[in-house]
Structures are given as structure tokens and as C-alpha cells.
Design a binder for this molecule. Structure first.
Ligand code: GAL
Length: 422
């Protein structure tokens, strides 16, 4: 045998082997999907697994591309590099304005066939459609609705200090003081820019109400941005800074939630993905933990909706992609996912009976806020303003939290930083 014929023989036998392996595999009805996301905490991974399992059951191979980092900044950076090198994933977890950015680039696929067939226009709340549709085409499928203006409290500690739900920021500080006197850290916090921003969403609503939040963070009105009300929001943040432990810097959000779960800290201000961590730890709402809105924000919901945006991909991925889009908005997935994730469903027609008290409250609050015009996009999570503005706000908010900057200086810096993005 010559070298060439040996090579050919080897190749042929390898091909035969491949064919055999393929034949012995279960039928792959709809190919494969590669999904980029940052859901790596216990609750997040459990929730995403619902989709993975559902799709695998339908014969679709799931390639997981997890990029750790709450808030998703790292994942978004990786995505940019992948798009630049012409290698988009089938789908990626995406938030608000970023979806519109990629749609503007012409990178996203048109899901209208699936959306029309399954009636998405009728069941997805209108404030979400503004992000998931682009020029009349559905380009993303929302997995749920989170909100950022929540407080999560260890129930045993809450009872021990004789706590009651605070209706104002002053009452919240009084509750924090009780935790301090009981020898626990009043506020579990993870010192990362997106977490400080998450807390600040609540502070802005608390200081000025929904109209003010809208003027400042959605309309980017200069008078609102530099107002005494915005100063009052920074004053709240300064007070909160005084309630955290010395090791907060760089801490991941789920580790902060774990401090509340373990009773090392009394409370955490965080979006309701924190509820997913309590669920993953086997903790029950009302029994092991208490939830209430950031003090002074009841009636307003600063929302953050995770959606899967779908990229223009080759034929080999298109069937899996269409199936994934349909699965994400299917009523059963919306419920199973949200129960584990801590979100509310992104459809307005699914029953809420299986949700616990915090989940039911989330669903009712969203409905009420939507009706009164106070379902407002979260600045921290890219639903209030474009990425450049969000980045500018994050720099100022984090700069403030991690220094002794005055509130007066902060509002000046905030307006100037936002001006630079215009
Ligand atoms: C947000 C995301 C949430 C949650 C959080 C922490 O950006 O929308 O679903 O996962 O990050 O990772």
C-alpha cells in the first residue's frame, strides 16, 4: 500500500465509523443550538436547565456557552468579538436596548413566522414588545420579567428584631439599625458597578416617584438629572453605603444573597433573581425570607426583561432556532422557568396559582404598574436608556459609592457624563 492509499483507506474507515455513530444516535429532529448566557448561579442555572431539557427532549442538541458575570457585561464583550469574527451564536440572553443595537446592525433573525403562529402580539406585555421587536419584526423572545426594586430579608432575623415592612426610607434605616444592634450586617452588598446601579434604580424612584424616574432616566431631562430630588437619591445611596460590611468590594450578587440566606446579613437590595437563589437553597417565601419593594417605591416596577435574541445563522441551525423561540414563549416554559428564576412570566395569560407569595406579588405589581404607567425600564439593566448612557450612569454611581463624593458633585457629574453621550 502506498502512503496515499493507506490514507484513503483510513479516511474511508473513519467515515464508515462516523456513519455508524450517526446511525446509532437518537434522531436529531431539529439540529442544534448554541446559546450564550450569563446564568451561572444556582438559581439561574436551574431555571435555564428547564429550556435545555425541553429542547433536548425535542431532539435538539444544546451547546451551552455560559460566560460568568452577573449583569452580563462580560458576556456582551464576548459577543462583540464573536460577531466581529463572523461567528454568531444561535441565540443569546439579551437585555433591552442591546437587542435594538444588534437589530440595527442587521445581525438578528426575523421570528415573525413563529410569533404570528403563536400569537405573541396578543400575550406579551406591550412595554416588552418595544425591546423585542424591531421595525415590526420580532427579533427576540422574552423569557420573563424581573424587577430591580426589591428587598430580600432573612425572616428569622426579621422576627428576632421585631421588624415590620418599612414604608419609607426612614423606616428602612430604622430596620437596618435594629439588625446592626442584633450584631448582623444590615445590608449584604456586592460591590460591582451593575449591583450599585441596581440599588440606585430603587433610590431614584424612592426619592422622586415614577414620574421623576421617567423624566431623569428615560427622558434624560437635564433639570431632573441635576435636581435636589436626584441629590436625595444619592443621599439614600450614601446611607446604604454605611450599612454594608467591609468586604463588599467585588463580591458576586449571589454570594451576597447567600449571606442573607445564612443569616449573616439581614437584607439585600436586588432584583428578583435573588428569589431564585432562595429557591435553589430550598428556602420558602414567607417562611424563611420576606420580600418587599424598595421603601417608597410600592406601585412602581423598574423592570428588566431577559430575552433570547436570535442571530442570522446558517440553515443547519434554523430549525433549532425556530423551535427554541417557540419554546421560550410557550406557557409551560414561562411558568416552570419563572418559578426557578424568580421572575414573573413574560406572558399576560398564564395562571399565577403555582407562584409563592413573592411571585404572586411580582405578577400583581407588574399588572398594576402597567395599568398606571409606572412599569418603567431599569436603568441598571439596559431598559431605560441606551448602553452608552447606562455606562455613563454606572461610572458616576459606582464612583460615588466607592468614594466620599458629595451628592451635589454626583448630580453635576451625572448630567455631564450623560451629556457626553448625546
Ligand atoms: C441580570 C439578568 C438577570 C440576572 C442578573 C444576575 O442582568 O437580567 O436575569 O441573571 O443579571 O446575573
Amino acid at each position: 500500500m502506498t502512503i496515499r492509499s493507506t490514507a484513503r483507506a483510513l479516511l474511508l474507515s473513519a467515515c464508515a465509523g462516523l456513519a455508524l455513530t450517526a446511525a446509532s444516535q437518537p434522531a436529531r429532529a431539529a439540529g442544534s443550538v448554541e446559546v450564550v448566557h450569563w446564568w451561572t448561579s444556582g438559581g439561574e442555572a436551574a431555571a435555564l436547565n428547564v429550556l435545555k431539557k425541553k429542547m433536548e427532549g425535542q431532539g435538539v442538541a444544546w451547546k451551552d456557552a455560559a460566560i460568568a458575570g452577573g449583569g452580563g457585561a462580560q458576556a456582551r464583550t464576548v459577543l462583540q468579538a464573536r460577531i466581529a469574527s463572523g461567528n454568531p451564536p444561535t441565540a443569546m440572553q439579551m437585555l433591552g436596548y442591546v437587542i435594538q443595537d444588534w437589530a440595527n446592525e442587521g445581525a438578528l433573525a426575523n421570528l415573525n413566522d413563529v410569533a404570528k403562529k403563536d400569537g405573541w402580539d396578543k400575550v406579551v406585555p406591550v412595554p416588552l414588545q418595544r425591546f423585542d421587536k424591531h421595525n415590526g419584526a420580532w427579533v427576540a423572545a422574552p423569557a420573563g420579567i424581573h424587577s430591580t426594586n426589591w428587598v430580600w430579608v432573612n425572616k428569622a432575623l426579621f422576627d428576632k428584631v421585631g421588624g415590620s415592612v418599612p414604608n419609607s426610607f426612614a423606616e428602612f434605616l430604622a430596620l437596618a439599625q435594629k439588625f446592626k444592634e442584633a450584631g448582623v450586617i444590615p445590608l449584604a452588598h456586592g460591590g460591582q458597578p451593575w449591583q450599585e446601579m441596581t440599588v440606585f434604580d430603587g433610590a431614584v424612584v424612592s426619592a422622586g416617584g415614577p414620574e421623576f424616574y421617567k423624566k431623569a432616566f428615560i427622558d434624560l431631562d437635564k433639570a431632573a438629572l441635576t435636581s435636589d430630588t436626584m441629590k436625595a437619591a444619592f443621599d439614600q445611596l450614601r446611607k446604604l453605603r454605611g450599612l454594608v460590611d467591609p468586604n463588599f468590594s467585588g463580591r458576586d450578587w449571589n454570594l451576597a444573597t447567600a449571606m442573607v440566606i445564612r443569616g449573616e446579613a439581614g437584607m439585600q437590595i436586588m432584583g428578583d433573581w435573588a428569589k431564585g437563589e432562595f429557591a435553589a437553597a430550598g428556602k420558602e417565601a414567607g417562611k424563611d425570607y420576606v420580600c418587599f419593594r424598595y421603601p417608597g417605591t410600592q406601585g412602581t416596577v423598574t423592570f428588566n426583561s431577559d430575552a433570547f435574541a436570535f442571530f442570522k445563522v446558517g440553515k443547519d441551525q434554523q430549525a433549532g432556532q425556530a423551535l427554541m423561540a417557540a419554546d421560550v414563549l410557550s406557557p409551560d416554559f414561562q411558568v416552570e422557568f419563572s418559578l426557578l428564576k424568580g421572575s414573573a412570566p413574560a406572558r399576560n395569560d398564564v395562571p399565577s396559582d403555582r407562584f409563592d407569595s413573592c411571585g404572586k406579588k411580582a405578577i400583581a405589581d407588574i399588572k398594576e404598574a402597567d395599568a398606571r404607567g409606572s412599569l418603567l425600564g431599569s436603568m441598571a439593566h439596559g431598559h431605560a436608556a441606551p448602553e452608552a448612557v447606562k455606562g455613563a450612569v454606572a461610572d458616576v454611581v459606582t464612583g460615588f459609592f466607592n468614594s466620599d463624593m458629595s451628592s451635589a458633585d454626583a448630580v453635576k457629574k451625572l448630567a455631564a457624563a450623560i451629556d457626553l453621550t448625546r
